[in-house]
Write a protein that binds this ligand. Structure first.
Ligand code: C5P
Length: 201
């Protein structure tokens, strides 16, 4: 049985945490599609042409060390605005989505572009302030010095870039269930997501 759960939303809304928990709950495979763009960004920063890098991408590239840094995130959102980079990554994502046993894909355009026929679609969001606060806390806990206002500015800049690009902008699918995690604990956000998916099973 193939069952696809599409989870979209902006950076630091809790999408990754919710996606992992939902995949574990239902026993589905999980693909963090941001890693695809980060892996392309990694190669692009090393001097490769981003389109060629996207076309040559293999699953092992997603395991590379150092994909979670801010510099990679910035470059990822730049290479993600190149239409040929996006189209080179479509087949990989669709094949993953239709694997038997169920799949959760999280990203920005899963419910709108990659898997418009997904059995369940969620749009996980939170206010920019709440997302910046979470990101800032995460950095401080990892011992990285960070200024809240700078983190907030970065969150807003990435939102603007992701929402305004011509190809596959960050957008909730019309039929997506919207989950605003601003006032939610992780447990509450996961419970809301599980309930929304249960309703489609
Ligand atoms: O989710 P994550 O922060 O890892 O994504 C990094 C960047 O990759 C995002 O800012 C976005 O520009 C891009 N991205 C995308 N489409 C996706 C997933 C990520 O454009 N499906």
């Amino acid at each position: 049985m193939a069952f696809t759960v599409a989870i979209d939303g902006p950076a630091a809304a809790g999408k990754g945490t919710v996606s992992r928990a939902v995949a574990a709950h239902f026993g589905f495979a999980h693909l963090d599609t941001g890693l695809l763009y980060r892996a392309v960004a990694f190669r692009s920063l090393a001097g490769e042409d981003p389109i060629a890098a996207a076309q040559a991408l293999v699953a092992e590239d997603l395991e590379a060390e150092g994909l979670r840094t801010q510099a990679i995130a910035d470059e990822a959102s730049k290479v993600a605005s190149i239409p040929d980079v996006r189209s080179a990554l479509v087949d990989f994502q669709r094949a993953f989505a239709r694997r038997s046993g169920g799949a959760v894909l999280d990203g920005r355009d899963i419910g709108t572009v990659i898997c418009p026929d997904a059995e369940a679609k969620l749009f996980v969001t939170a206010s920019a302030e709440v997302r910046a606060r979470r990101r800032w806390k995460e950095l401080v806990e990892r011992g990285i010095e960070a200024v809240f206002d700078e983190v907030l500015a970065e969150v807003k800049a990435r939102d603007a870039r992701d929402s305004s690009r011509m190809t596959a902008p960050l957008l909730a699918a019309e039929d997506a269930v919207r989950i605003d995690t601003s006032e939610f604990s992780i447990e509450e956000a996961v419970a809301a997501a599980v309930a929304a998916i249960d309703a489609r099973l």
